[in-house]
Design a protein around this ligand. Structure first.
Ligand SMILES: Cc1cc2nc3c(=O)[nH]c(=O)nc-3n(C[C@H](O)[C@H](O)[C@H](O)COP(=O)(O)O)c2cc1C
Length: 235
């Protein structure tokens, strides 16, 4: 890893420097929502997550199911991250659906089946990080979710080799047209072999709550036998 550079260019030469909402409020945003405290936490991070998630829904946060899925390829160790939607949660873990063959996440997970999901709910001043091994969702279960998608999205899943280079938009449109014709008149659409779900089986779940002066609350759940150990972390 390279060491820090000694030169210090003037802030005015930077395109972005200590950005804030307004020139009259020169300090970074301060958090002020209610504290996260140990006695109020559920013994299970899944229940705790669900409580927060439903609070987000009640508060009409925009798409609280939105999260960042981070993966890392081996042997390079090069990380990559992208936004996805959480689609299912039960006591086995957190499920997302995607292209499981052509995409970069698929390539990463083939070499290293470990992942991290990060949720940021600004309106609640809460962040959650879920870390763990990844397993594939069974085909039957994936089909059940696939059937809830609108027809266009189901056909689109067949047509797209996600993350592969396209010559132009027309190439994609032609693939979609072909798939539309193939599925014409058929009520059900089979889940494509290159599409499905991954479940992140949580090994660690960290809940972060914003506090004033950047002295935030953080609680880390770590799997321990059948239960979970909970520890407070430094901000
Ligand atoms: C709000 C939002 C939600 C998304 N949800 C998904 C999703 O659930 N599944 C998915 O495969 N891609 C989703 N995407 C697209 C991904 O961010 C990404 O572009 C795609 O999965 C290819 O990533 P990869 O090449 O790194 O695997 C979403 C993008 C945005 C902006």
């Amino acid at each position: 890893m390279s060491s820090p550079q000694n030169d210090a260019p003037s802030p005015s030469s930077k395109l972005i420097f200590a950005p804030t909402d307004s020139p009259t409020a020169p300090h970074a945003h301060q958090f002020s929502a209610s504290p996260l405290s140990l006695p109020t936490l559920s013994p299970s991070p899944l229940t705790q997550f669900h409580t927060l998630f439903t609070a987000g829904q009640r508060a009409h946060l925009p798409q609280p199911e939105t999260c960042v899925l981070s993966t890392a390829a081996l042997p390079s160790g090069r990380p990559s991250a992208r936004t996805v939607y959480l689609k299912e949660l039960d006591d086995r873990g957190f499920v997302i659906y995607s292209n499981t063959e052509h995409s970069r996440k698929a390539a990463d997970l083939r070499t290293n089946p470990q992942a991290c999901l990060t949720f940021w709910w600004a309106g609640l001043e809460r962040q959650v990080r879920v870390t763990g091994a990844v397993e594939r969702v069974g085909v039957e279960e994936a089909q059940r979710y696939f059937d809830t998608r609108n027809r266009e999205s189901r056909v689109g899943a067949w047509a797209s080799r996600q993350s592969e280079v396209l010559k132009d938009r027309k190439e994609l449109e032609e693939r979609v047209k072909k798939e539309k014709e193939r599925w014409e008149g058929k009520e059900g659409i089979e889940v494509p072999g290159h599409w499905g779900g991954w479940r992140v089986v949580p090994e660690e779940v960290e809940f972060w709550g914003g506090r004033e002066g950047r002295l935030h609350d953080r609680f880390l759940y770590t799997r321990e036998g059948e239960g979970w150990r909970i520890e407070r972390l430094s901000p």
